[in-house]
Design a protein around this ligand. Sequence first.
Ligand code: ACO
Length: 426
Amino acid sequence: MSKATIEINGKKYEFPVVEGTENELGIDIKKLRAEAGVITLDRGYKNTGSCESAITFLNGEEGVLRYRGYSIEALAEKADFLEVAYLLIFGELPTKTQLDKFYADIKEESTVDEEMKKILDGFPKSAHPMGVLSSLTSALIAFNPSSVNVESEEDMYKAIVKILGKFPVLAAWTLRKKNSLPLNYGDDSLGYVENLHKMMFEKPGKSYKVDKEVIEALDKLLILHADHEQNCSTSTVRMVGSSHAGLFASISAGISALWGPLHGGANQAVIEMLERIKEDGGDTKKFMAKAKDKEDPFRLMGFGHRVYKNFDPRAKIIKKSADEVLAQLGVDDPVLDIAKGLEKEALEDQYFVDRKLYPNVDFYSGIIYRALGIPVEMFTVMFALGRLPGWIAQWREMRLMKEPIGRPRQIYTGENLREFKEVEKR
Ligand code: ACO
């Protein structure tokens, strides 16, 4: 095993170097503070590994993304979302029997307590679906109070199929509430993704119909979002779960983390930005200049990524899918022309080239969601639906590995000890 030496004030300390299966190296500094009296400081954890994980491999420099060793390209082309969910959570692609049982067990759990409708009723129609979804997911705990015995595979499995069954119902209800539609349940004869689509869009008294291509595109989008190793929301899920909070509570926290425009909220922010450019007259150059101006807080949404500094492999797959779906559906949308213009300009612009800012998956996902008729405030909910298996897999792994509670340290920069003064003397 190789070692790393750190020298502090003339004294040397040795630490083991851990090597992953793809030859990634990490200095194991677990004993650093005890031995040397210092900690590492790494804002935003840009260089900090929080765990060892066997779920997702990604190499941002080379644009590689694999779930459990399978390339994202192969999975997006050949697998369906539920197979990918099983793979992520349990580590292997399911046999037909395993997959059938998995889906049957999920369907068994595809209702929520009717009392949940009262909770949903308490939200104003204007509430953002991500806030509603996070609250409803948290509220599920009240109706499923028994905590998971993580020592029991059976208990763990039950909790997993429960959340996979109930989450799409809650997601669909957030949309239906917004659209003043009656709250419904799914149709067991349909696949997971088609059922989700039906629950979202079925109208009372109208027969439900959807193009095969729409479901295929949706399935692919969910696969592309299914896991992405230790991103902000997944780290949140693991962090919350590390206190031994339950699966539903941890996922509710993950939804809140995903909501932000620098993470999952970017897909909504992309469309809002494109709309803004359109309303402003469509001058993409003007907005490119704003994005580069350090005095201006405007950023080009859907560009850049914390780990992909070459290209986002998901963006490549989804760009192709976007072209196909838009052609298939015959979509003619001026916002798309603006998107294409921005993409071209950014890829040729020195500022973006120097900083390795490429379109990310969310640049295109918003465009597809819009073409599929999914309202813009629901985009991040779609992301959450896709990310659910990843959150579950990471939570399960964290519990099975008996990870300690997550608790970073800090360098204190506040006041030194001060004398307390009574209010009259201040
Ligand atoms: N537009 C303009 N400039 C940008 C952008 C952008 N979208 N992204 C990064 N930059 C610039 C920064 O200003 C900085 O410039 P500087 O070196 O001159 O100071 C440099 O590029 C590096 O940026 P950081 O913010 O340090 O990069 P970081 O890795 O911390 O952030 C992030 C990554 C948050 C994704 C960022 O690129 C961003 O805000 N992008 C827009 C939001 C977005 O699309 N988020 C979705 C991420 S993908 C996902 O969650 C699935």
